[in-house]
Design a protein around this ligand. Sequence first.
Ligand code: NI
Length: 252
Amino acid sequence: MRSGRASRAAAPLGLGGGALYAAPMLRVIRYSALALLVAVGGLWGLAWFQHEPGQSVGEAFAQRLAQVFGHDVAAPAAMAGVQLPVGITLGGAFSLTRQDGAAVTERDYAGRWLLVYFGFTYCPDVCPTELGRMADVIDALGAAGERVTPIFITIDPERDGVEQLADYVSRFHPRMQGMTGTAQQIGEVARRYRVYYARAQNHQMTEYLMDHSSFIYLVGPDGRVRTLFRPDTAVEGMSRAISAHLRSLTSS
Ligand code: NI
């Protein structure tokens, strides 16, 4: 965005360049323009040959362009989830305490789809936003949504006990479950999902905050993460990606 505005501002100067630039300078500009044209054409060619099935050439091109400039483009709805690199597995075993006081492990959820988010109940904005989105996605899935259990795992077990969690999750979705544990248990599950969290230092506040990564994980019936969603992923894109996963398993 920033570069786009800059080039637009520079355009009038370039167009009136006859008076402003000496001949060698004009040649440089012409060759640069040609080089840019070739580069963009090349990227389009790459996108044409390497676009994935179900992805349009335009989308593949946008993705390539974004890679070149180091930016993220908004993923098209069908590709809303982040694909895990080959060889990377997230999820797996855990041992935690549910908001109803029950001790639970991954075996209690075998065969079920989960939508998992890590955060803390004192979080002022990001966690409530993402949990609200999770609830919206479950509802948007309709009948299929009943196959997915939304789960909130605290990374602040010191303050988030079972009662605190029970009250908190009930505000978002009637079927949402909250989980806490010992510092070690939370550390273990966070490691398996590669969740970053740390206590934020702020001496002006009596209550501390937590820094934490913010992804929504779709976990398959085998306990492995199928895909993860970045913060602010649109509900429609998420529900479409999730229903595609749900269908892929029933048909295979
Ligand atoms: Ni948060």
